[in-house]
Design a protein around this ligand. Structure first.
Ligand code: FMN
Length: 326
């Protein structure tokens, strides 16, 4: 549903054009210092306004309404609200009857019998990643000696991201990208075999982010081309340091003390400005759809900090489970 985690539980709510969106975090240990200023850097990194991102600008000020007292977490649920102020809902009037291909308009209207809020993509909007980033800020604080860093390594198939974005804007197109995430300082032993493996949990969270289309750990799909000898990461020290890191820092679902590395593929925004011939449910025929509204030309430009957030959320939960079982 809309919550995730075994001990550190994150629950998001809201719609893109509703009054507010937000997050409730349960299971956060007491005594973690939290100031509103802590959120600013990561929130800024996710914000729109830069070249290649949507013209919808929001101030994204976090309003912490519960779970923090005298700037420390209290151990009770933390609730953080964000207002939606810059909405133009009329741009979405046609999409309930004429759904965008590649977006959630069709699945949402069918599953929820047209009771869903279609404005700005409703609950399916990338805007709901703001509360995830806020939860990530708190998770990063709990993991203070673990460094997580995600970067956009290519966009539209080009390692020169700026060129790719300029080209997309010029051609009035949208493009995807690849974000690589690396996490250092993770102790050996986090994660479980099978269903709660490090890869399973991170993938579950990654695919919860709208527009993520693929994920690979370590050398990922290249492993299928390797032999055992070229794929194996030889162990060099008693701490488990390996010569190579083809497995991306985990074996058997459990962290092995090496760098956790994975990459995600972000698809191009489905809201494109050229007409698309697609089914119109009001007229029961295929018609040209014109998508209005303000959209990201390259969603991937905003995704790195979201990937860091889901990594931090996953790692905090692994840590709390690990500590609870000792
Ligand atoms: C930060 C962010 C911004 C997004 N911006 C847009 C956008 O401007 N236009 C659009 O069509 N989709 C956008 N998306 C993607 C849609 O939300 C997503 O494609 C849609 O909900 C369907 O989900 P799916 O692509 O995972 O199937 C964005 C996603 C994220 C994470």
């Amino acid at each position: 549903m809309n919550s995730f985690g075994r001990i550190f539980r994150v629950n998001i709510f809201g719609e893109s054009h509703g009054t507010s969106i937000g997050v409730v975090i349960d299971g956060c240990p007491a005594g973690i210092p939290v100031f509103e200023l802590d959120f600013l850097t990561d929130i800024e990194r996710r914000k729109s306004g830069k070249k290649g991102t949507t013209a919808r600008l929001e101030d994204d000020t976090p309003n912490i309404i519960s779970g923090v007292y005298n700037n420390f977490t209290t151990g009770s649920p933390i609730a953080i609200l964000f207002s939606n102020k810059n909405t133009k809902s009329e741009d979405y009037n046609n999409l309930a009857k004429h759904p965008r291909p590649g977006h959630a308009d069709f699945t949402a209207k069918t599953k929820f019998k047209e009771f869903n809020d279609p404005r700005g993509g409703g609950h399916f909007s990338g805007r709901l990643t703001l509360p995830i980033v806020a939860a990530g800020v708190i998770a990063k604080k709990i993991l203070n000696n673990i460094k997580i860093n995600a970067t956009l390594i290519e966009a539209g198939g080009d390692v020169n991201v700026e060129n790719a974005v300029n080209k997309a804007i010029e051609q009035k197109e949208t493009i995807g990208g690849i974000v690589e995430c690396k996490a250092d300082g993770i102790p050996i032993g986090w994660g479980e075999p099978f269903f709660d493996s490090v890869e399973s949990v991170i993938s579950h969270l990654a695919f919860s982010i709208p527009a993520i289309n693929g994920i690979e750990f370590g050398n990922g799909f290249l492993a299928a081309k390797n032999t055992g000898a070229s794929q194996n990461d030889l162990i060099l020290t008693e701490n488990g340091k390996t010569k190579t890191n083809n497995c991306g820092g985990n074996n058997g679902g459990i962290t092995n003390g090496n760098q956790l590395v994975f990459r995600v593929a972000v698809k191009p925004a489905s809201s494109i400005s050229t007409p698309q011939s697609t089914y119109n449910f009001e007229e029961n025929q295929i018609k040209d759809l014109i998508v209005n509204g303000r959209h990201d030309s390259c969603i991937a430009l905003r995704v790195s900090v979201i990937i860091e957030a889901i990594t931090a959320i996953a790692l905090v939960d692994f840590r709390l489970i690990f500590e609870a079982n000792r």
